[in-house]
Design a protein around this ligand. Structure first.
Ligand SMILES: [Zn+2]
Length: 491
C-alpha cells in the first residue's frame, strides 16, 4: 500500500525560504531539500490561488477545468469564480475509484466539501457556513480538537494592529495543523493533503515586515517536521508545493486608467446612464443584478477583494468601451465596438509600457472552456504591480496611471516551489520546468495509479522505482454545463 503526503503552502517562495534556510532557521525544509529533489513550480496564468490549486488537483490547464480567474465571463456575463464552475473532476475521484483513502484539510479550491474521503474546505467556504466537513458527522470531533475552527479568517475583520493580526493568522494555521495531525494519526489514509493558506495572507499584509515572515515560516517548518515524522512512520513520499510564488512590488500600474487615457475605456456620462436605464433589462441582467447576486453569495474575503473596485467598475461604460480590465490580470476587448486589429494595437501599446508581459488568450489556455478567458493576459514585470482599480471618486480619470507604493508590497508571481522527498524520490535531482498541472499526475504515479491521457501534466522526473502507466481517457467533464445549456433553452 502506498502513502503520499501533499503539504501545500499557499504563496511559498524561495525568495523567503532560501535566505532562511541558509541561516539554518528552517531545519524541516532543509532536511527535505537535502534528501529529496526540488525546483521551481510554475503556476497558472494568472497565478490566482483557486485557478492554480484546481490545476494542481485536476492535472489540466484552466481552459480545460474552467476556473480561469477570480472573475470570468460565461455566456457574456461576468461571474465570480467558485468551484461550481469547475468542469472536470479532481484526482480525488479517480483515487476513490481505485479504493485509495484520502484526507484533505483546508482545500482552497473547493466548496462545498465533496464525498471523496475526508474533505475539509477552506478559502471558498462562505463566512457563515458550518458545512465545510465531509463526512459531516466528523465536525463535532474536529471542534474538540481545534476549538472555534473556521475555514478562513475574514481578512477585513482582523484587528488593525499588526501584532494581533499576526497572532490570529498564526492561530489559524496552528488549528489547521492540529486538525490535520489528528486526522493523519487517527484515520487510515493513502493520500493525506494539508494546505496552509496563512502564508499567502501574511505575505500580502506583512511583506515589508521580514520578522513576521520569518516567524511564520518557522511555525510552518515546525508543522512540517511533525509531518516528516508521520511520513517516516508510514514510509510515505512527500510532495511539498506552493500554488504560486511571491515577489516585491514598489510601484502600481493602474490598467484601467491607462486604457482610459489611451481612449480604449469610456466612462459613463449622464446621458449614457439615462440610456442605460432605458435599456434596463439587458443591462441589468448583464451586470447589475449579477453584481448584487454575486455580492450576496460570495464569501466575504473574495467579496471585499473584488468590490473594493466597485466604484470603478460602476463607472465603466461597458457598451462604449473598446477594452477594459476586470481583474488585475485580464483584459477584455469589446469586439462590438471595434475592429479585430485593435488587439494587435493594444498589445503593442501595453508592451511599450514595459511593466507587463502581454499574452493573448491562445498563448495561455486551451480546451473547451477557453472561451471564458479574457482576450489579453497581463503578467507584471519587475517590481510593478498591476491593479484594475483607480479612476478617482468624481468619475474623471486619474491623471496618472502609475503610483509609487508607500512601502514594498508582496504580490503573486508565477514561480512557486516544489520539493519531493521520500522512499520513491531521487536524492539531489533538480526539478526543471515543472508546471503546476504536473502535480496531479505525480500524485497518481506515487499512488500507483495510471495517468489519464487528457492530462496536460506529466509526472515529475524526480521519481524512482515507479512504473508509470498511461491510460487513454477523456475527461469526465461534469454534466453541469450541458444541464445549464438545456435549462437556458427551455427558458
Ligand atoms: Zn495562492
Amino acid at each position: 500500500m502506498t502513502h503520499v503526503i501533499l503539504f501545500g503552502i499557499d504563496g511559498a517562495t524561495y525568495r523567503i525560504l532560501g535566505p532562511l534556510i541558509e541561516d539554518g532557521a528552517l531545519p524541516g525544509f532543509q532536511e527535505l531539500m537535502q534528501d529529496g529533489s526540488y525546483g521551481i513550480l510554475e503556476s497558472t496564468i494568472p497565478p490566482y490561488s483557486v485557478t492554480a490549486w484546481t490545476s494542481a488537483f485536476t492535472g489540466v490547464n484552466p481552459g480545460k477545468h474552467g476556473l480561469i480567474d477570480s472573475i470570468m465571463k460565461i455566456n457574456d456575463k461576468f461571474i465570480v469564480t467558485t468551484s461550481k464552475y469547475r468542469e472536470v473532476e479532481t484526482i480525488w475521484y479517480e483515487l476513490k475509484r481505485k479504493k485509495k483513502q484520502t484526507i484533505i484539510v483546508n482545500d482552497p479550491s473547493c466548496y462545498p466539501p465533496e464525498p471523496i474521503g475526508i474533505h475539509i474546505t477552506g478559502f471558498l467556504t462562505p463566512k457563515t457556513s458550518e458545512n465545510y466537513v465531509y463526512p459531516p458527522e466528523l465536525k463535532k470531533e474536529l471542534d474538540k480538537v481545534a476549538k472555534q475552527y473556521v475555514p478562513e479568517l475574514d481578512k477585513y475583520a482582523l484587528p488593525t494592529d499588526l501584532n494581533s493580526k499576526y497572532e490570529q493568522l498564526s492561530d489559524q494555521s496552528r488549528k489547521v495543523h492540529k486538525v490535520s495531525k489528528h486526522l493523519a494519526n487517527n484515520y487510515p489514509w493513502n493520500i493525506f493533503a494539508v494546505i496552509f493558506t496563512t502564508t499567502d495572507r501574511i505575505q500580502h499584509i506583512m511583506w515589508h515586515k521580514p520578522e513576521y515572515l520569518k516567524k511564520h515560516y518557522q511555525e510552518i517548518d515546525s508543522y512540517l517536521r511533525e509531518i516528516l515524522n508521520i511520513a517516516s512512520r508510514e514510509e510515505a513520499d512527500i510532495i511539498l508545493m506552493s500554488d504560486h510564488g511571491f515577489k516585491s512590488a514598489s510601484k502600481m500600474f493602474f490598467i484601467n486608467s491607462f486604457l482610459h487615457k489611451h481612449n480604449y475605456l469610456k466612462l459613463k456620462t449622464r446621458e449614457s446612464k439615462i440610456a442605460m436605464k432605458r435599456n434596463l433589462p439587458k443591462y441589468v441582467l448583464k451586470y447589475k443584478t449579477l453584481v448584487r447576486v454575486v455580492k450576496y453569495l460570495t464569501p466575504k474575503v473574495i467579496k471585499n477583494k473584488i468590490f473594493q473596485r466597485d466604484n470603478l467598475i460602476d463607472k465603466i461604460d461597458f457598451e462604449k468601451s473598446l477594452a477594459y480590465a476586470i481583474t488585475h490580470y485580464s483584459l477584455y476587448i469589446n469586439y462590438n465596438t471595434c475592429e479585430s486589429t485593435i488587439l494587435t494595437k493594444l498589445i503593442k501599446e501595453l508592451s511599450e509600457t514595459n511593466v507587463c508581459r502581454v499574452l493573448t488568450r491562445d498563448e495561455v489556455v486551451w480546451g473547451p472552456f477557453s472561451n471564458r478567458a479574457p482576450d489579453i493576459y497581463l503578467i507584471p514585470k519587475g517590481n510593478t504591480a498591476i491593479n484594475a482599480g483607480q479612476i478617482d471618486a468624481k468619475g474623471s480619470s486619474s491623471s496618472d496611471d502609475f503610483a509609487i507604493l508607500p512601502h514594498e508590497r508582496g504580490i503573486h508571481e508565477l514561480d512557486g516551489i516544489v520539493i519531493l522527498w521520500g522512499p520513491r524520490v531521487k536524492k539531489g535531482n533538480k526539478v526543471i520546468r515543472a508546471k503546476i498541472w504536473d502535480i496531479a499526475p505525480t500524485l497518481l504515479a506515487l499512488s500507483n495509479c495510471a495517468i489519464p491521457s487528457y492530462f496536460d501534466g506529466k509526472p515529475l522526473q524526480s521519481l524512482k522505482n515507479i512504473h508509470i502507466q498511461l491510460i487513454k481517457k477523456s475527461p469526465r467533464f461534469f454534466l453541469k454545463e450541458k444541464i445549464r445549456k438545456i435549462k437556458k433553452k427551455k427558458l
